[in-house]
Design a protein around this ligand. Structure first.
Ligand SMILES: C[S@@+](CC[C@H](N)C(=O)[O-])C[C@H]1O[C@@H](n2cnc3c(N)ncnc32)[C@H](O)[C@@H]1O
Length: 225
């Protein structure tokens, strides 16, 4: 049974090499796990919820794949060190992803593929504290929504220099993918509206906010269409 993944899950799957030992943390429906098993990976599909694992097992049976084990696990807790070379964590809020990373790092895996929903700065902080560095980042648009895909490896990541780096790290500003442009434009609109609301309420301007907006505009101005 060929499995068609959503754009965001396919982007994650594309970064996992064939035959890789991989943990899918928070696998839920199991679509990513099954797709990876179909390409010859040895998959440990983990979830904190037994009903989610039941869905993943049902999909595995329908797809008729081998090489995929399901495991009840809070984050990495049921994984043995070295069992997975790559771990994927996607579809959870940034605070949950950060919490899972803080309980597991340093150690565990050589490659992390992360797609947190919001509060990415928390994930950056947990990675840096756990001795991992973001080596690549992309913006994936799926059904009209942008998703941030982070790849991280053991390494050093310096603390952010300013609010802009805290929010967007250092890889996106260096790489400037065109998919990032609408995200920045929206960020500028939202922050400008917040500043205007402050001014209308008679509150003083926040220099940090102004500096952040300036950095967003500066980066946007250097981006191609
Ligand atoms: C919205 S689903 C995401 C499914 C899939 N990863 C995706 O991106 O489409 C989130 C899943 O994470 C699981 N989850 C939440 N916290 C977890 C934790 N601490 N450890 C393992 N799984 C967790 C939930 O039970 C749920 O099945």
């Amino acid at each position: 049974m060929p499995l068609i993944l959503s754009v965001r899950l396919q982007a994650l799957a594309d970064r996992v090499p064939r035959g890789e030992a991989v943990a899918d943390i928070g696998c839920d429906h199991g679509r990513l796990s099954v797709c990876l098993a179909q390409k010859g990976c040895k998959v440990v599909a983990c979830d904190i919820s037994e009903p989610s694992l039941a869905k993943a097992r049902a999909l595995r049976e329908r797809a008729g794949v081998s090489g995929m084990e399901t495991r009840l696990s809070d984050g990495f807790s049921a994984l043995r060190p070295g069992e997975a070379h790559t771990a994927v964590i996607s579809g959870m809020g940034g605070a949950t992803v950060a919490q899972i990373l803080r309980a597991a790092l340093p150690g565990q895996v050589e490659r992390l593929l992360l797609m947190p929903h919001g509060e990415v700065f928390r994930v950056y902080e947990a990675l840096a504290d756990g001795g991992y560095a973001v080596t690549d980042e992309d913006i994936i648009w799926d059904a009209g929504r942008p998703y941030r895909l982070l790849e991280a490896h053991p390494g050093h990541m310096r603390p952010p220099e300013d609010e802009f780096e805290r929010q967007f790290g250092t890889v996106l500003p260096a790489k400037r993918p065109r998919e990032w442009k609408p995200v920045l434009e929206r960020e500028i609109r939202l922050r400008q509206a917040a500043l205007a609301a402050r001014a209308r309420a008679g509150l003083p301007a926040e220099p940090q906010e102004e500096a952040y907006l300036d950095r967003c505009r500066e980066v946007l101005a250097c981006m191609k269409d």
